[in-house]
Design a protein around this ligand. Structure first.
Ligand SMILES: [Zn+2]
Length: 358
């Protein structure tokens, strides 16, 4: 079987393991809403800003949260059945599993990850070129290793030209295992609820992923890069679990107002993208917006009312509310040409938001 769909260009490993439903990108085996498709520059800009003020804390967070999220995704990617998982990650099958995981990491835009060598429990090394974000990409690799070894494996990294090489430290557990945050941030289930109606995205007749996915994004499996065709912007499949855990941990350390910081960053980033003309104002149409959000796995727009200077949004299956609120607020201001005032609340995973002129 070829690596990418000959009709739409989406990597087969994505369509085999995930489906688009209820506004989410859902793992077929576990039913978890795994990802949103997200601008790498938005992620990196946000984290650069955080790094400036709290370098070691944010790095620790990315390593821990990203790693746990990646381990959860890797463990469940092909089967939700614990006995099957055990088998897949042990000899003699682990090599194939490992190859698939590396292919998957490239398919979701992490960068060019190459396995240099690996002998279970003896030695292991990977080369990573052009990672979308160094710490986060490393965390993803560590998550895979953690599942393979059944405990947090220790790992060292060194630069090698344009790439970096990560090596397994044989037989040693990473001290992250005793970190309080590691124990606390054990995965939350992110199960979307049925959105009821018959609405769905038109699909590719060959692989079944939404047709628009390959029209909007170009997948380069050899380089591990996803590019938005209209803008050239690099994108990643960003784990909800990871952002969720990072935000929870920040709120715990710094208080709930840290959510406003994430929200504002998202709003500024998306406002700049709208201002550049990269995304048309055509988005201000309920059905177009529903499709835009659903294809990116950001949630299911179940209601949009725009009258008398007041706009109401209801979005179901929202797993990163700061992203949704920031994006919708930026869109509102772009369309209306004036600053907004936002009020929002979440109930379960349903976000209700009201926007008015400030
Ligand atoms: Zn296809």
């Amino acid at each position: 079987m070829s690596a990418c769909c000959s009709r739409c260009g989406v990597p087969a490993i994505i369509s085999k393991t995930h489906r688009w439903e209820n506004g989410c990108i859902v793992n077929r085996a576990s039913g978890n809403a795994n990802f949103s498709i997200y601008e790498a520059a938005f992620h990196n800009g946000l984290f650069e800003e955080l790094e400036r003020s709290m370098w070691s804390f944010i790095h620790r967070m990315v390593y821990i949260a990203g790693r746990i999220a990646a381990a959860g995704i890797a463990r469940n990617l092909f089967s939700a059945h614990p006995a099957v998982q055990k088998l897949m990650f042990r000899t003699p099958l682990y090599r194939r599993t490992q190859e698939s995981l590396i292919l998957f990491a490239r398919a979701i835009g992490m960068g060019k990850i190459e396995l240099i060598e690996h002998r279970m429990g003896k030695k292991g090394a990977v080369r990573v070129t052009n990672p979308f974000h160094l710490a986060h990409c490393t965390a993803v690799i560590l998550g895979g290793l953690d599942v393979m070894y059944g405990f947090p494996a220790a790992f060292t990294a060194r630069a090698e030209g344009e790439s970096y090489v990560g090596e397994l430290v044989v037989g040693r557990r990473d001290d992250v295992a005793s970190d309080e945050a590691y124990l606390r941030l054990a995965s939350e289930k992110l199960l979307p609820s049925a959105t009821g109606g018959k609405w769905s995205l038109p699909t590719c007749s060959r692989c079944g992923t939404p047709r628009e996915l390959g029209e909007l994004f170009r997948f380069d499996l050899s380089e591990g890069v996803i590019e938005e065709r209209a803008t050239g912007d690099r994108h990643i499949f960003y784990g909800h679990q990871s952002l969720n855990a990072i935000l929870r941990e920040f709120e715990r350390e710094l208080g709930p107002e840290v959510g406003d910081f994430f929200l504002q960053a998202e709003k500024d980033n998306f406002a700049a993208k709208l201002a550049s003309g990269a995304v048309g104002t055509g988005l201000w149409d309920e059905d177009v917006l529903r499709g835009y959000l659903a294809i990116r796995g950001m949630g299911f727009l179940s209601r949009m009312e725009d009258e008398g200077g007041r706009t109401l949004f209801e979005v179901r299956n929202v797993f990163t509310p700061t992203v949704m609120v920031g994006r919708l607020a930026a869109l509102w201001e772009h369309v209306k040409g004036k600053p907004s005032r936002q009020a929002y609340r979440t109930e379960g995973n349903t976000l209700r938001m009201e926007l008015t002129s400030s």
